[in-house]
Design a protein around this ligand. Structure first.
Ligand code: C2E
Ligand code: MG
Ligand code: MG
Length: 643
């Protein structure tokens, strides 16, 4: 029979193009990536040998018989290996750990059994043989190879579809297309044996799969062409698996925000790309971008730290040139280097990422083993606290305490600050200063804030009947709550649900370094909406934050709470006392009421009274106490003193 080898030749050409693409766009090496490369090489081998095989079966008598057998055996092994590799590839992308071992066993057994059957066919004639007329003839078990191949492909598809939620529509389409096309091409070839198109179908589909799954952009950082955070995490995971110590060098671009502000976004991006180019040249395939301004190198542990530092400082000692020839400018780039030797590769990728950020944040030039342990411990505590917070939210595990606030002019306690409390069976009392920032990071502070607000409303509602002299309760608001679009609507609805006048609550806001105009706008809108309805606001921890004056002028606040640290410092230091008194004078002049927190003794109270403080809060009067104790406190002080 006359066979047409042109299709195999086209398959070879297509696969060579694919190899060039893989080579030029060097991808980050993963298991998935390695299996894909094996598939491509196998496809090239199978198509190449198939050309020779077609010649041997067309002109059997031209070659020695052993050669005819050998070529056809090699082709069948290579072609069947393709199906096994397909299953291994699906396994590596589907990531179903439960079936990992089973897939390995199936792949190995199938490959071994099939290869054995194919390589002994010259004796057994089970798969193929050359008859007396030297005609290539299928053996009785050739069909078995087809059945096994079909079964493996279907199994691969089932595994893939099982985890298909993780993939994009294009990815799901490409795998299913691969399968349909392979089946269709095998069917076509069975009916038209002269047209050997299966190899070409495989090669084309590999290009399809490459574009869907092997996109190098997945592991590259925007346009710097360095590996990204995903690649960094994968590298640390590999080091851990290999149990090999390594060295991490974090490079932070100094004053990145100012740079963006001064140079503009696009020039900064060009400059950072130049930096990346230089780093990539010096440290090929070892540079990772964790964020716009943070590069990380992962080197062998035996790299000389001093030498690396000098090398990097040298690299950044010269300004970087950006722009076209006549319009080019040279710009200096300042860096902060942190060297992190990792001798205990047990550290996992998430821990390592936290270590890099913490060491950079603390501006440490070299991290010791203790520093690393410290960061990891903190991370674990934070993770534990996050679980405790989740449980407390589910099981109503928070308490709300009240700390009475003295009205200096009347000597009564018309208000109190609501303070959240969390107790864990094992860890004991957990300070809100520790757990609120964690809840802010994972977003759960919104639910916590809603719960505190609801409990406070409920308390005020009940206290009204008891005639305890409570005019309003102060509730702390996290900045995360302030930037939440729904805040005003939710809080106003809660107040009316409890039939309360909005002036029954005063919300405490803290200053943050938030620069995003969109968020500031939401905050302003939330505050204005609530203020129009009668809710009042105070600035908490005044003097300890960032944008105090700005907040004071722009937001509808009637009360300012001076931070306890300012008072405590003033008691020790004359200049700090002048600052405290000056601040109080200034606040009075612009018509704000003043609360000072942290009043612990009479001496403090006396000074504050003399300087026009309106309200005082502190252990001198009461610690934060549970609701029942607070009610007793009010009965004792508000009624008798008011009388
Ligand atoms: P804050 O709002 O500035 O609350 C005042 C803190 O100072 C409270 O600490 C209070 O117990 C403490 N304090 C008051 N007077 C004295 C004193 O005389 N001596 C000493 N040593 N401490 C005094 P606490 O309850 O540990 O709360 C810490 C911070 O946690 C609060 O600071 C607030 O920022 C946050 N927080 C507490 N409850 C909530 C809440 O429900 N929501 C939000 N978002 N944050 C809360
Ligand atoms: Mg407060
Ligand atoms: Mg405060």
């Amino acid at each position: 029979m006359q066979y047409y080898p042109q299709y195999c030749m086209a398959a070879v050409a297509t696969t060579l193009i694919l190899i060039a693409m893989c080579f030029l766009k060097q991808n980050y090496a993963t298991k998935q990536n390695r299996v894909f490369n094996l598939m491509v090489i196998d496809s090239l081998i199978a198509s190449g040998i198939n050309i020779a095989s077609l010649y041997t079966i067309s002109f059997t008598d031209r070659y020695p018989l052993w050669f005819d057998y050998l070529v056809n055996m090699l082709y069948l092994v290579a072609f069947n290996a393709m199906v096994v590799l397909f299953l291994a590839y699906v396994d590596s992308i589907a990531k179903l750990p439960r079936y990992k071992i089973a897939v390995k066993v199936v792949c190995t057994v199938v490959l071994a059994v099939e290869s054995l059957m194919i390589c002994t066919t010259h004796i057994t004639h089970l798969i193929f043989y050359f008859d007396e007329d030297l005609k290539y003839t299928h053996g009785s078990h050739m069909k078995l190879l087809y059945i096994i191949a079909a079964a493996l492909v279907i199994l691969g598809d089932v595994m893939f579809m099982y985890s298909s939620k993780r993939f994009s529509g294009y990815q799901v389409f490409s795998v299913n297309c691969f399968i349909v096309l392979i089946f269709a091409s095998v069917l076509f070839q069975t009916m038209n044996p002269a047209y050997v198109i299966t190899n070409l179908a495989c090669a084309l589909m590999l290009i399809f799969v490459y574009s869907a799954f092997e996109n190098p952009a997945y592991y590259l950082y925007k346009d710097t062409r360095c590996f990204n955070r995903r690649a960094f995490l994968a590298t640390i995971k590999k080091q851990r698996k290999k149990k090999e110590p390594y060295l991490v060098i974090a490079i932070r671009i100094m004053n990145y925000d100012f740079m963006r502000h001064d140079l503009g976004q696009s020039r900064t991006e060009t400059l950072i790309s130049r930096v990346a180019e230089y780093l990539n040249e010096c440290y090929r395939r070892k540079v990772y971008n964790l964020s716009d301004d943070c590069f990380v190198l992962v080197l062998d542990r035996d790299a000389d730290i001093k030498e690396q530092k000098t090398r990097l400082h040298m690299l950044f000692s010269e300004p970087f040139e950006i722009g076209e020839r006549e319009n080019s400018v040279k710009l200096p780039v300042g860096i902060m280097l942190s060297v992190i030797p990792v001798d205990d590769p047990e550290i996992d990728e998430k821990e390592m990422e936290t270590v890099v950020h913490a060491i950079q944040r603390d501006e440490k030039e070299e991290a010791s083993a203790e520093d690393i342990i410290d960061v990891v411990k903190k991370l674990h505590r934070q993770e534990l606290l996050a679980t405790i917070i989740d449980n407390a939210i589910e099981n109503n595990g928070f308490d709300v305490y009240y700390q009475p606030i003295l009205d200096v002019s009347t000597g009564t306690y018309p208000s109190a600050e609501a303070l959240i409390r969390l107790k864990d069976k094992e860890l004991g009392f957990i300070s809100p200063e520790e757990f609120i920032p964690i809840a802010e990071k994972n977003g759960r502070v919104i639910e916590i804030g809603d719960m505190v607000f609801s409990r406070v409303c409920d308390f005020i509602h009940r206290s009204r009947g008891m005639d305890l002299g409570v005019e309003y309760i102060e509730v702390n608001l996290s900045p995360v709550q302030c930037y939440h679009e729904e805040l005003a609507r939710k809080f106003l609805a809660e107040l009316s649900r409890h039939d309360l006048d909005p002036s029954s609550v005063n919300l405490e806001i803290t200053e943050t370094a938030e620069l995003e105009t969109r968020k500031i706008k939401i905050l302003q809108k939330n505050l204005d909406n609530m203020n129009e309805r009668g809710v009042t606001f105070s600035i908490d921890d005044f003097g300890s934050g960032f944008a105090a004056i700005d907040y004071l002028l722009r937001l509808p606040v009637s009360i300012v709470k001076i931070d306890k640290s300012i008072l405590w410092q003033a008691m020790k230091d004359e200049s700090a006392m002048k600052v405290l008194k000056g601040t109080m004078r200034m606040l009075k002049e612009i018509g704000k009421h003043i609360v000072v927190e942290g009043v612990e003794n009479e001496e403090m109270a006396e000074i504050l009274r003399e300087n026009g403080c309106d309200y005082m809060q502190g252990y001198l009067y009461s610690k934060p106490v549970p609701e029942s104790v607070y009610v007793e406190f009010l009965k004792k002080y508000n009624k008798t003193e008011a009388a």
